[in-house]
Each structure stands twice: as structure tokens, then as C-alpha cells.
Design a protein around this ligand. Sequence first.
Ligand code: PMP
Length: 314
Amino acid sequence: MSTGQSITSELHAFFKGNIVPLSEAKVNVMTHALHYGTGVFEGIRGNWNEEEGAVNIFRLREHYERLLRGCKLLMLDIPYSIDQLCDITVELVAKNRHNHDIYIRPLAYKSAELVANLKLQDLESDFTLITVPFGNYLGSDTLRCCTSSWRRVDDPMIPARLKISGIYVNSILAKTEATMAGFDEAIILNHDGHVCEGSGENLFMIANGKIHTSSLEDNVLPGITRETIIQLAQSELGVEVVERTIDRSELYLADEIFLTGTAAHLTPVIELDNRPIGDGTSGDISTRLQKMYFDIVVGNNPKYKHWCTSVTPT
Ligand code: PMP
């Protein structure tokens, strides 16, 4: 993932229980997670608020709740509670003196230096955390997408509901195929051929005055932005949100489509497989939700300020 800016030599990381210079946070080539993808990670955004002189970290706790669910599944035994993980994050963000938008990447991983062993129960685990400057992830304000020829992993193969490192080869194949074909993002179908999500975003579609999004049982990641947008659409716009199985052909006929994710924020899809969505511009509901969401994540909406953890550079 591009950081938007080069990583400076002054950054620190949390590594093996301490905050150390990023240049010293290095693992051995024998590390289990490096070979097998046996880790779970999070992607969290900190949004710089110039007036406050603070970085607002969005829904920090919820990200660590999802990380710890992943740890349970992958038998990653890390010695930190959610409160401790939040405290470590705030400490590192302050230490790195960020005065710009940032991406926060926690990773719990099988740190055992033991390669030919496929038994999770035998392997020791560790937790690391980095924070880096981060700009516009998708590189465009509106998206031209294609349907991927790759299918999303299915729960009986690898649970798609968690951010397991190894799963991301699936997303990476889809994203690479789409961008090499000149599109901004891939829309991935699940094993049954139903609409799943983008390579790193959940999908929403507007049709018949309602908002529709793929149900969690269709192998989508339970996105924190997805959950946020469902709440906002219902309570602030009064628009009904339906979580259900969506067919591919419904997307071509939709009035609006948008993708949501921590990195992507809320970004409208204006074209899919070379067909315009709606009138081929950002739709009304997408634009209203996008503006509302953005105000909230930078910490400018007092009603939702409790979702933001403010950190002032020390
Ligand atoms: N789907 C996938 C596959 C993702 O990687 C992400 C990014 N975490 C999302 C959806 C969106 O999730 P969130 O809103 O929690 O960032």
C-alpha cells in the first residue's frame, strides 16, 4: 500500500514490547508469518484537523475489537487488552509527531522462527505497530471499476470476515488485474457469483430509493466504515438500508454505487465494466453521505466526536 509520502528516518514503531526507531524494527527471515501469512492486521486512519492541531483516529477501539477476533481465530496469543492496544497506539502516534493524515497498521503475527510447522498451537506470537503519512488511497475521487475474474475466498477455505494477512493475496491479485487493465478498482464476486466487495472496500448500491449492501454471509469483511455508513444513512438521511445478496447484473442497473473503507473513505463508482452507473457522475445520496462521513472522521461533527481519538503531536 502506498503511503502517499516517503517514510522518514525519524519514525518509530512498536516492536517486541517497546517503541523503537523504525529502522530497528526488523524480523528474522525464518519468521513464520513471512512464509505463511499467519498474521492478522488492521488498517486505521488518523485524520489531521488543522484547527484542533490534532490527529483524529477514527473508531480505534472497533478496529482492535476486530483484530482480537482475528487473534482468537489464528491462535495469536498477544499480551495486550483493547485498552492497552489503544494506549500504545496513542503513544506511538504522538511520538511520531504526525501533523498530517496518517495510516496506522497494527499486526499480530506468528513470530516463531520455525518454518516447517503448520500447527498454530506450537507457534509463539507477537504484536507490532507502525504509523505512516497517508494520502488519497485510491488515487481518484470517482472510480472506474471492473468485475474481477478472481473470486473472493469462501468461509470454509479461509474466513473472509477477518483481516488475515494471507487472505490479502486474493485482494492483491484482483487489484493488480484491475489496475493493469486501466481500471481504478476491482469488484470481486463470491464463490456463488454474487457481488462481494472491492479489493479493500465494501460495496453499496442505490436502487429504488433504498441503499443495498452485500450481506455479511456473502463473505464480505464486516467493515467499520460499512457499519458507520449504515448508521448514518438510516439515522441522518432516513434512507432504508437493506443487507442482502446482490446479483452482478443489479449493479449495472443501479442508480448509484459507492465503495467504503478506512483507506478509501466513501468513494463513488461512476463506471463498471465500461458502462456508466446512473448518469455516470457521483449521485446525490453518495455525495451527501461522503460529505457527512468526511466531517465526522476529521472530528468536525460534535455528535459523533466520541468516534474520534484526538492525538496532539508531542
Ligand atoms: N473489505 C476488505 C477486503 C478490506 O480489506 C477492507 C479494509 N479494511 C474493507 C472491506 C473495509 O473495511 P473497513 O471499513 O473496516 O476499513
